[in-house]
Write a new protein. Structure first.
Length: 170
């Protein structure tokens, strides 16, 4: 503290004044120095606050870095998942990763699914309502036999008969 005082004293305008006795100079210097104490205390408090703020900012910065790293990981995971979805949808790799291509493929599959669902509903309606047609369905195949071939199937046999006929055609 003595060094600080001496440095300060030499910087003051009255340091070049005619010398007072040692006691007078010391008292004058002490009064001036003590008058600055509130300023020094205020700076000390400000420095403490800045230190606290700096610490808080460092903590917040570390938390934000961790959050950024977490988001990066989530993004990479999402990108991998989208790539797998694109691959499953049959989207060529050059178009993969573009949301429009993925959505177009999904919409195409939805339309196809709707068409197939309607076909399945028609088939199930016929199968489940055979009684309205006399209790049996006639299965006709004239392409492979070179002539006319038909047989009747019961509702419980529909699925198996259709699967077998489709298998034979392959």
């Amino acid at each position: 503290m003595k060094e600080e005082f001496e440095k300060w004293w030499l910087s003051q305008k009255w340091s070049g004044m005619a010398p007072l006795d040692k006691r007078g100079v010391n008292l004058l210097a002490l009064d001036v120095w003590q008058a600055r104490q509130p300023e020094i205390d205020a700076r000390d408090i400000a420095n403490e606050k800045l230190g606290l703020i700096t610490g808080e900012l460092r903590e917040e910065n570390a938390a934000l870095k961790a959050e950024k790293d977490e988001f990066k990981g989530m993004f990479r995971s999402t990108a991998r998942t989208l790539a797998e979805i694109d691959k499953a949808l049959g989207i060529e790799e050059s178009l993969g990763g573009f949301p429009d291509a993925t959505l177009d493929a999904i919409n195409t599959l939805k339309a196809e699914n709707e068409r197939l669902r309607k076909d399945a509903e028609r088939y199930r309606w016929i199968r489940d309502n055979v009684e309205k047609f006399g209790g049996e369905l006639q299965c006709v195949d004239d392409e492979d036999s070179g002539g006319y071939y038909s047989r009747y199937i019961l509702p419980r046999e529909c699925d198996e008969a259709i699967d077998a006929a489709m298998k034979e055609r392959k």
